[in-house]
Write a protein that binds this ligand. Structure first.
Ligand SMILES: Nc1ncnc2c1ncn2[C@@H]1O[C@H](COP(=O)(O)OP(=O)(O)OP(=O)(O)O)[C@@H](O)[C@H]1O
Ligand SMILES: [Mg+2]
Length: 414
């Protein structure tokens, strides 16, 4: 049964290849009914960063308009995805005194504020402050300290920052369509909400969203986020290798990749070919699928080498029995799972959004994990200020959360 006050949530995923605006109603407290979808090719965005304000604003505006038209609602605010190699993260600790009384939510916020007191340069903006766990009077491993007695509360926080100017540009592009950015959500954190199971997060897992221009990673251990990273490499690099290797225009290379591409050369029979037009030839020429796979394999191997290096650099490489969960548009490449597992020596599975209701035809693909994940974040934030604080809290106080949610609801278009 549908309840009148079930919240409506909006997410705008600004990717390197597409902008995807989704409007959804939360049903039964956990599933989404997609009411509006606006998917448009991106413009003016490279490796997750705006390089042409006007072009990017226009692409975002088209995506928002489409979602407004399909849903019949006017969008006034949204959660927006964020990526790019300007993002960085650090683990930090905040300590506050309690004086022997019962710990309340305000104390938790104070501890999180203290954790943010790390030296952050002026040109960086805090995007997320995520609590990883608490220590009360020296006892660690505490997941929820509210209600406990204590004298000293410590929080372990994961702080994600981004270049302030880049964030501001993105905000400006969205505002140009009359939409307020409620919060930016780092790509891999959005994707993780959709593709990771609770067991995986508990055991230790890394989520890798390989998109067009970026590879977004997050490591979860003991149920919490321990490490995040955005690499400026993705499916566009594979496409451009194909374009150079076979001497084709980029658009044709992209099409060939999707039609005939494979990540494991030895899986392709030697005699398989396809025909296409290349530069300098009047007629279509026959190209071996193996040659194509050779080009792709080299680049995909490099991507997984970089991912593995990053996992090792984090220092958590021995703590990931659940392995790697791959998502993002590039995880659609046949053979990618096998190659990922070979290169990284970890179990690998490929995941996409599931259990959606409503206008779901296009969203049933790994390319939309971040887009749908934004809706999950919006839902989490809408629950209660405390729940919002559990995963993330921007600088500026807890009272914001109750207020933004009201404005998140959109009025019906006439
Ligand atoms: N069937 C397919 N086989 C191989 N690659 C594919 C396939 N379908 C999509 N891709 C690739 O997926 C990439 C786009 O993925 P996605 O939509 O997740 O990126 P994005 O969110 O726009 O970009 P980013 O997150 O990197 O900013 C493109 O490089 C595209 O070529
Ligand atoms: Mg993406």
């Amino acid at each position: 049964m549908k309840m009148a006050d079930e919240p409506i949530v909006v997410g705008i995923d600004i990717g390197t290849t597409k902008v995807c605006t989704l409007v959804a109603r939360v049903e039964g407290g956990s599933s989404f009914r997609i009411l509006g979808v606006g998917i448009e090719p991106s413009q003016g965005i490279r490796k997750g960063t705006i390089v042409d304000l006007q072009a990017a604003s226009q692409a975002i505006a088209r995506s928002i308009e489409k979602a407004e038209r399909t849903s019949g609602m006017e969008i006034t605010s949204a959660l927006v995805s964020l990526a790019g190699s300007h993002v960085s993260s650090v683990n930090s600790r905040g300590v506050v005194g309690i004086a022997g009384r019962v710990i309340d939510q305000e104390d938790v916020f104070r501890a999180l504020d203290a954790a943010q007191a790390v030296a952050i340069p002026h040109n960086r903006e805090i995007i997320h402050v995520i609590q990883r766990g608490f220590v009360v009077d020296g006892q660690d491993g505490i997941r929820m300290p509210v209600g406990m007695h204590g004298y000293r509360l410590e929080v372990e926080a994961h702080i994600i920052t981004a270049a302030a100017s880049t964030v501001e540009n993105l905000r400006q592009c969205v505002q140009a369509s009359g939409v307020e950015v409620v919060q930016f959500v780092l790509n891999p954190l959005a994707s993780a909400e959709v593709v990771l199971s609770d067991t995986e997060r508990q055991m230790g897992v890394v989520v890798c969203d390989i998109g067009g221009g970026t590879t977004d990673m997050a490591i979860y251990i003991d149920g919490d986020i321990w490490h995040t990273m955005v690499l400026g490499i993705g499916g566009n690099h594979i496409t451009s290798d194909i374009a150079h290797g076979l001497r084709l225009p980029l658009s044709q290379a992209e099409e060939i990749k999707k039609l005939y591409g494979h990540a494991v050369q030895s899986d392709i029979p030697e005699n398989e070919t396809f025909s296409t037009r290349i530069f300098g030839e009047e007629r279509p020429v026959e190209i071996s699928r193996r040659d194509l796979a050779m080009i792709i394999e080299a680049r995909v191997e490099e991507i997984f080498d970089l991912i593995l290096q990053e996992i090792k650099r984090s220092g958590y490489d021995g703590l990931l029995p659940a392995g790697v969960v791959l998502t993002g548009g590039s995880s659609l490449l046949p053979g990618i799972r096998t190659l990922a597992s070979q290169v990284m020596g970890l179990p690998v599975r490929i995941a996409k959004p599931e259990n959606l209701l409503g206008l779901t035809d296009q969203l049933n693909s790994p390319a939309y994990s971040t887009s749908v994940g934004l809706l999950s974040w919006a839902m989490m934030m809408s629950e209660t200020p405390a729940a919002a604080g559990k995963r993330s809290r921007k600088k500026g106080g807890s009272s914001e959360f109750g207020d933004w949610f009201k404005s998140f609801l959109k009025r019906l278009l006439p």
